[in-house]
Unconditional design. Structure first.
Length: 74
């Protein structure tokens, strides 16, 4: 019976456990930053009255999309 064998070469192409962890932590930090930007934007707009939202040219139905745009820019 043949078995698959995988080796982990930490010297090839700058890969290794440290690089993996660094990349994973950076990805997690980016996700947290985007999540914070989304929640902050959504919360601030959601607390405004419909009249205040109309004054700045948006409707309550647009809040989620605007929060997503803010998160993408974070």
């Amino acid at each position: 019976m043949a078995y698959a064998h995988t080796t982990f070469d930490s010297t090839r192409n700058g890969t290794g456990i440290r690089a993996f962890l660094r990349s994973t932590l950076a990805t997690m930090a980016d996700a947290r930053r985007r999540d914070r930007a989304y929640r902050k934007t959504y919360r601030e707009l959601d607390q405004m009255s419909d009249r205040d939202l109309a004054d700045i040219g948006i409707t309550r139905f647009m809040i989620g999309d605007i929060a997503e745009e803010a998160a993408a820019r974070a």
